[in-house]
Write a protein that binds this ligand. Sequence first.
Ligand code: HEC
Length: 267
Amino acid sequence: MNKVAAFLSVSWLALAGAASVAAAAEGAEAPAKETETESLDWKSWRANNKVDSINSLQRGARNFMNYCVSCHSLKYLRYSRMAHDLQIPEDMLQKNLMPIEASVNDYITTSLRGSDGETWFGKEPPDLSLMARARGVDYIYRFLKTFYTDPSRPTQTNNLQLENVAMPAVLSDLGGVQAAVYRNVERVVDGKTVTEKEFSHFELTTPGRLTPQEFDEFVRDTVNFLDYAGDPSQVERRSTGVWVVLFLLVLTWLAWLLKKEYWKDIH
Ligand code: HEC
């Protein structure tokens, strides 16, 4: 009997230990991954976002409300749901993240009317609820980081990921304004050598308010938030999943100890 009690208390200790490890992992911010700005091949850039980091998601929500919601909606996500999942207190939600006239149970809509969007940008800004699922997080990460000046465009802006983009470079005050630098490459086409222009790298012509690393984090957090918005229950699912696995591990261990106890006199 004593033994069983000891087993139980040990397993509780194990659980508590695992919980504090999990909590520490949550609290610790992941160090910035390899600096993507240094890799010249923009097609290899990855979002590397962590949808189980509540801190990153909170920052992403703030970024979205400051820089995106003026044109884009998240029509399947309610403010209240977002606040619950991202552990945002209601007063902070209402003060910092919601328009005054909105109610917490409203879906996240934009004040921009679709027809205005079309008049101003030539295209209605799409709803972003399912964008991360449709295009993938790496796509959006690259999209937000590859705006460059292009005087031939009405917005003076183009984008490597989405050529002839209608969206203006809305993050240039943070990330700066960059020019695309091209190089000539020679290719043999049908036996003839032709010289083609190929994208080489970006050159920061006007620095923004953030350093390149800070801007990467800003974009990563924003993409992370869009990843969450595309599947809001994944945050809860993942944290529940950890507990379920821990519970099963402890249960297996207890069962094994019990089996040893039952069989010890038989061998
Ligand atoms: C001033 C209005 C405006 C703002 C602000 C804005 N966008 Fe856009 N966005 C647009 C328009 C217009 C399009 C359509 C672009 C197109 O299809 O050429 C678009 C398209 C997109 C797309 C889809 C790209 C694709 O492949 O179809 C994504 C993703 C996106 N925006 C993300 C964002 C994020 C994230 C923010 C905030 C950091 C943001 N946008 C802020 C106007 C805006």
